[in-house]
Design a protein around this ligand. Structure first.
Ligand code: SAH
Ligand code: SF4
Ligand code: F3S
Length: 437
């Protein structure tokens, strides 16, 4: 009889890709993917803890499985990822949800197979969290679920310790994969027909720091030089490490998309210093200028936090000013979330919720207005779209242009995985609508 798995993923692209690795492990054990959680023989929650609401989201969904588990006792529930990797959280999770069978962290994902086998022969929950030992595991076999896009890790972990951020605590110290392994993986993906490769790391610009063979811009160049018809993206770039060499490489190779995610976090120098970002707003603007000098049409996107401890009205205004100056193509905006164990968690002057809410509304309004202007620029243009999916509700195919904008269009053919020329007729917020030409 067939056995089925269902994976619920929270958090960043890194986690989305790790869920593909989990799917790979489950399929080796003979499980097949299923859409409905009720049909699953094993459910895996791959969690995130970057903000409180990411955690609460997972807690809510794990809680909802209590009834199902009571009715279907053989179903295995596993919780992994960043949430249980936090100090004391695995124990808390077990107390809160005693019906969860397996709890694992970010550094022992590859042992999930053993945990499942172990659990099948005992009643007691398997709870195993490991500390980072600095090793990089090669040879995992992700079951990729996102054709024509493929994600490739280049670094793991983070050494930056931005004072608000939990990632360095749950992902360990930064380590870079060997460039030959990365290149071999990308080569094989292209041979398999993948059309868009995204190199992944918390801070890709620091690839190679600490002894790996080549700097990031050289790695990017080597990947861009591979044969085949594909697009190349990478994220995330930390502004302090963004270099002119990198801007030149982006300009030189048409395969590299003209699109850069460069999280700024704040426009206030004193807040940036408190955040330990190691650049000022002027430094950031200089980097943007360097990028635009070499790649004038580059779409720049960002992440911004409001309500960091001590953020005054003036600090917030500095953020609005910076957003106006850079003219971001789009931005992710967040209300600061206090994360236990980080330096900012014990800073005085945590900002009240009502102030945070007002600030984020004001910021979102500004960002949305800019996004609309950026989208409107595409109306009337013919853009190249890599078709990713079919949106059944709209009855339209969808895919992104080089700048990361989602474009919808109609077609009689199966277009998934094709590069399609689309004439844009209409812009609606971040999305574009057009006709295949
Ligand atoms: N390594 C990447 C991504 C980090 S997480 C980077 O450095 O850019 C993605 C975004 O979440 C961050 O850029 C930041 O804007 C936001 N973030 C991280 N910790 C947060 C916190 N405690 N509260 C609110 N937003 C946070
Ligand atoms: Fe977090 Fe900063 Fe590292 Fe990004 S660079 S993961 S924000 S500590
Ligand atoms: Fe979340 Fe972990 Fe990514 S905390 S943002 S899933 S690295």
């Amino acid at each position: 009889m067939d056995k089925f798995y269902h994976i619920v993923t929270y958090g960043c692209q890194m986690n989305v890709h790790e869920s593909e690795k989990i799917a790979g492990i489950l399929s080796e054990l003979g499980y097949k993917s299923c859409g409905a959680i009720e049909e699953a023989d094993i459910v895996v929650f791959n969690t995130c803890c970057i903000r409180e609401n990411a955690e609460n989201h997972a807690y809510g969904n794990i809680g909802m499985l209590k009834k199902l588990k009571a009715a279907k006792r053989d179903m295995i529930i596993a919780v992994g990822g960043c949430l249980p990797q936090q100090i004391n959280k695995a124990g808390n999770l077990h107390e809160k949800f005693p019906y969860v069978d397996i709890i694992f962290g970010t550094h022992n994902l590859s042992k999930l197979k053993d945990y499942i086998v172990r659990k099948q022969s005992r009643r007691k929950a398997v709870i195993e969290i490991e500390e980072c030992d600095g090793r990089i595991e090669e040879g995992d076999k992700p079951l990729r679920a996102s054709y024509p896009n493929a994600w490739v890790n280049i670094t793991y972990g983070c050494n930056n310790f931005c004072t608000y951020c939990i990632v360095p605590y749950v992902r360990g110290r930064e380590r870079s994969r060997k460039s030959e392994n990365i290149i071999a993986e990308v080569k094989s993906l292209i041979e398999q027909g993948y059309k868009e490769i995204t190199l992944l790391g918390q801070n890709v610009n620091s690839y190679g720091n600490g002894g790996a063979d080549i700097p990031f811009y050289e790695l990017l160049e080597k990947v861009a030089l591979l044969d085949g018809n594909f697009r190349l993206r990478f994220m995330t770039s930390h502004p302090k490490d963004f270099s002119e060499e990198l801007a030149k490489i982006i300009a030189k190779y048409p395969k590299i998309c003209h699109c850069l995610h460069l999280p700024v976090q704040s426009g206030s120098d004193s807040i940036l210093a408190e955040m330990n970002r190691r650049y000022t707003s002027a430094d950031y603007l200089r980097k943007v200028e360097i990028l635009k000098k070499h790649v004038p049409d580059c779409a720049i996107t960002t992440d911004i936090i409001v309500g960091f401890p001590g953020e005054t009205e003036e600090d917030f205004k500095a953020t609005l000013e910076l957003v106006k100056k850079v003219d971001f193509a789009s931005a992710f905006t967040f209300i600061y979330s206090r994360r236990e164990g980080t330096k900012a968690a014990s800073m005085p002057d945590q900002i009240p919720e009502d102030i945070c809410k007002r600030r984020i509304m004001e910021l979102v309004e500004l960002v949305n207005a800019q996004t609309r202007v950026h989208s409107a620029k595409f109306v009337g243009q013919i853009v190249e779209v890599l078709c990713e999916d079919y949106d059944g509700k709209r009855g339209l195919y969808q895919g992104r242009n080089e700048y990361g904008r989602m474009v919808y269009f109609a077609s009689q053919n199966d277009e998934i995985g094709n590069f399609v020329q689309v004439k844009v007729n209409e812009a609606n917020g971040v999305s574009l609508f057009g006709d295949k030409v």
